[in-house]
Structures are given as structure tokens and as C-alpha cells.
Design a protein around this ligand. Structure first.
Ligand code: ATP
Ligand code: MG
Length: 451
């Protein structure tokens, strides 16, 4: 390990020399400043791990040295030496961030013990910071909102597989976040500094898709006036994301398979294969096993792609994510569009949670934008939601899945809504004691408002 660099600030020259010698004997790199001004110059010019300073210096207060050291190097450890009986200044020093104080006359052995502790403390702080960063990098996903276990499991998988070179097949209904996950896989991978190249295989006719992916040489077809690099090449050292992979034709599937197996491609109109090094991710909202069974998707390509399958659950399969996502989109939409609404009323939140979300997270995002525009008050009411989402009394009555508890909850929330959020009034209207209402609300996770 490197020597610990210590700045000793002591205007009593013989004491400074004695302590300095002692610290050097212990293997530290020591510099001595004979005044506050000299200490500050040294602190401004070099890095130190620790400062040991007298509190009473000829020119300056040691507290000033302490504060200056901390402002220059927030993680520096400072020990102060104080004269007998000046406990007040010692307390002030501790408040200003000193690690500890020593009372004069300072015993070299005592100084060593306290200094060792300070250095150990500093080492641990560094270590904790480093680990925090590491954990943050590994397990934090910027912009991916979730609260329940299903997505937590998906993200755990993403963390694990990102570091590998494996081809990943992301499956999930439309709007579940497949592209978001593909980007996260890239961002968490060692290729994060390379390009992330995405293409929707369903958006282009076969010929065009082929030349997009593999590139072409001049004269390969009418209009090919010059050589063109394909996306496989663009993604060298990075990640190539093939969205809606089920939409590829059998002819293109053969070429993709070859690219995957050989790690080589040919530009359209060129016979020379060359190596490509992008990592491949693919996504689909179709059931590929079914397409394979029907002969519409090559089985060998399917197995090549799903080396690592990641299945994104539909939003209705993770209802605990709905409200956090809705709140996230509300904040996002407010930044973009302004608007008054800041929260969802309990009944509106309930309607969001109960809706089936066939368009998943994408639909939720759009609904929230629309709602923000429609809502007049600070609180979003069920009436602000699109009508198809409303568990209207009729619809709910006709819903054979509704349990008695659900019906009661819906009725209670509606009553509170009708009473403008006044729970006391709602209890009266429902003909139950307030405490009964509060007990029930508590079971729904809604705080009591006792006014
Ligand atoms: N967990 C999440 N947290 C925050 N935003 C999300 C989350 N999941 C999805 N989104 C957002 O929802 C929208 C749809 O996500 P994305 O485009 O990744 O879905 P998809 O599965 O690729 O959809 P499609 O099948 O329609 O292409 C995007 O705006 C995305 O940022
Ligand atoms: Mg998509």
C-alpha cells in the first residue's frame, strides 16, 4: 500500500519536529507546515490523506486550517491538537468535521492510535462509496420504473446476461417495454460505448430490409449508386437490436442465421463475406413457437436467437407497477405539457389498477398524457379517465369476476369521491361509523383523514 500522506501543522518547531519524526518512523509520508498560511499553501498544492493541526497557531486559528482542508478535499481526515482546558474549541472542531482531537501535551503513541483510526475510517468510507457505485451501476436502471417482483426478476436477469455476449430474445406483448429492456442490456454491457442500432423488421419490405441490414455494393440493384454499409457493420463493437423479428421473410431468416452462426455477412451484390462483431438482440410480440410450428419461422434461427430468453410480463400481470408507472408518466407529462393535476384520487387510482391495459405500458403513458390535459383539478378524478376505463357501476355489476369485497371497495371509494374526499361525510352517507370506514380504508392502504 502507498504511504499515508500526512500534513502536520504545528508552530512550535521542536514539538512539530518531534511528532513529525515519530510519524515518519511509523512509515507515513509527512510534511510539516510551521504556520496556518503555509498549511493552506501546501493543502492547495498537493493531496493529503490526513491533517494533524494545532488549534492555536501564530497566524491563524487551526479551525480555519480544518475548514480549508475540508473544503479542498472533502474526504480528508483532520485531527486537531488542543491546549489543556480548551474543550470548547475541541467541540467546535468536531462540529466542523474533525475526526477526533488530542489534548496537549500530545503523546506520540496516542497520536498514532487516533491517526490509525482516522486512516481506517477514511479507507472504509472510500470502500463504501466504491461499492455503492458498483451496486448502482449494476442494479439501477435509469428510467425503468417498477415496484413488484415480476419486473425485479426481469431486471435481475438483465443484470446477469448483459455482461455476456449471449444473443437475447425479448418476448412480450406490445408496449411492455421490450425496446427499453434492449437498451438496458446494451447500457449494462461492456459494449455500452459502442453503438446501439435498432431496426424494426416489420417496417420494411424484404429487399430493403436486407440492404439496410447487410449493406450493398455499388450496382447491386437499380439505384445502388455507391457502396453502403449495413446496420450489422454500424453495430460493430456495439449492439444490433432486431425488433419484430417474427416479421422477417424465410429468405432473410436464412441470411440472419448465417450471420449468427458464422459471425460473417455479405453485402448485397458482393460475394466476399466479412466478419462482424455486433451483439444481437431480438424482440417479438408474437408467439414464435407457434410460428415455428406453423412453418412460418425457421426453427434453427429460433433456437439461435433464444439462447437467452427474457419474457416481459404484461402490465395486468404486474398490477403493483401500474400506479408507480402512472405517477412517473404524470410527472413526465407535466414537464412536457404543464397542467394542474398532481395526483390521482383513490377512486381513479383504483380504476387504473383494475383496467386490463391491452396496450400495456405504452397505453398507460398515452392515457396519462390525455388525462393531464383533461383534468381540471389538482386531483385526477375517475371522470377524467377515458370512459372505457371506468369501472362504471353497470360494467362492474356485470363483471362476473368482481368479488363482494371488490364491490364494497368500489362503493366506498365512489362515496368518498362523491363527498369531495371528505371521509367523515362519506361515512355518514354510507351509514357506517367513521372508525369502520377508516378500518376499511386502512386495509386498502388509504390513510385516514380525520377532519
Ligand atoms: N418499466 C418502465 N418504466 C418506464 N417506462 C416504461 C417502462 N416500460 C415501458 N416504458 C415506456 O413505455 C413505452 C413503450 O415501451 P417500449 O417501446 O419499450 O415497448 P415495446 O415492448 O417495445 O412496444 P412495441 O411492441 O409496441 O414495440 C416507452 O415509452 C417506454 O419508455
Ligand atoms: Mg418496440
Amino acid at each position: 500500500m502507498d504511504k499515508t500522506r500526512i500534513l502536520l501543522v504545528e508552530d512550535n518547531l521542536s514539538l512539530g519536529a518531534m511528532l513529525g519524526m515519530e510519524l515518519k518512523r511509523r512509515g507515513h509520508a509527512v510534511e510539516i507546515a510551521k504556520s496556518g498560511a503555509e498549511a493552506m499553501t501546501k493543502l492547495g498544492a498537493a493531496e493529503y490523506d490526513a491533517v494533524v493541526t494545532d488549534l492555536k497557531l501564530g497566524d491563524l486559528d487551526g479551525l480555519e486550517v480544518l475548514k480549508f482542508a475540508k473544503s479542498k478535499h472533502p474526504r480528508i481526515e483532520v485531527l486537531v491538537m488542543t491546549g489543556h482546558g480548551s474543550i470548547d474549541t475541541a467541540v467546535a472542531a468536531m462540529r466542523a468535521g474533525a475526526f477526533d482531537y488530542l489534548t496537549k501535551p500530545v503523546e506520540p503513541e496516542e497520536l498514532n492510535i487516533v491517526l490509525d483510526k482516522a486512516i481506517e475510517h477514511s479507507r472504509l468510507v472510500h470502500e463504501v462509496e466504491r461499492l455503492r457505485e458498483e451496486v448502482k451501476d449494476k442494479y439501477s436502471f435509469d428510467g425503468i420504473v417498477f415496484s413488484g417482483t415480476p419486473m425485479r426478476k426481469v431486471l435481475d436477469l438483465v443484470s446477469k446476461v448483459a455482461a455476456t455476449e449471449a444473443t437475447v430474445l425479448i418476448m412480450g406483448e406490445s408496449g411492455t417495454g421490450k425496446e427499453l429492456i434492449a437498451r438496458a442490456l446494451h447500457e449494462k454491457s461492456p459494449r455500452r460505448n459502442g453503438a446501439f442500432v435498432a431496426i424494426n423488421c416489420g417496417a420494411l419490405p424484404e429487399g430493403l430490409l436486407e440492404s439496410e441490414l447487410f449493406g450493398h455494393v455499388r450496382g447491386a440493384f437499380t439505384g445502388a449508386e455507391r457502396n453502403k454499409r449495413g446496420l450489422f457493420e454500424e453495430a460493430n463493437g456495439g449492439t444490433l437490436f432486431l425488433d419484430e423479428i417474427s416479421e422477417t421473410t424465410p429468405g432473410l431468416q436464412v441470411k440472419l442465421l448465417r450471420a449468427l452462426q458464422e459471425g460473417e455477412i455479405r453485402r448485397v451484390g458482393d460475394n466476399h463475406p466479412f466478419k462482424v462483431s455486433g451483439r444481437l438482440l431480438a424482440a417479438t410480440n408474437k408467439d414464435l413457437t407457434k410460428l415455428v410450428a406453423e412453418g412460418k419461422f425457421r426453427e434453427d434461427l429460433y433456437y439461435r436467437l433464444k439462447v437467452f430468453p427474457i419474457e416481459l410480463p404484461a402490465l395486468r400481470e404486474r398490477p403493483e407497477d401500474i400506479l408507480p408507472l402512472a405517477e412517473h408518466f404524470l410527472r413526465k407529462a407535466k414537464k412536457k405539457l404543464g397542467g394542474a393535476a398532481v395526483k390521482f384520487s383513490p377512486a381513479a387510482a383504483d380504476a387504473l389498477r383494475r383496467y386490463r391495459w391491452p396496450g400495456n405500458v405504452r397505453e398507460l403513458e398515452h392515457v396519462i398524457e390525455r388525462v393531464l390535459i383533461m383534468a381540471s383539478g389538482a386531483s385526477i378524478a375517475p371522470g377524467d379517465l377515458p370512459p372505457e376505463m371506468l369501472p362504471s357501476a353497470e360494467a362492474a355489476k356485470n363483471d362476473p369476476r368482481e368479488t363482494l369485497d371488490d364491490a364494497e371497495k368500489r362503493h366506498i371509494l365512489q362515496a368518498i369521491e362523491d363527498c369531495g374526499g371528505n371521509q367523515v361525510a362519506a361515512a355518514k352517507r354510507l351509514g357506517v361509523a367513521r372508525n369502520t370506514l377508516w378500518r376499511k380504508l386502512k386495509a386498502y392502504g388509504i390513510p385516514a383523514k380525520k377532519k
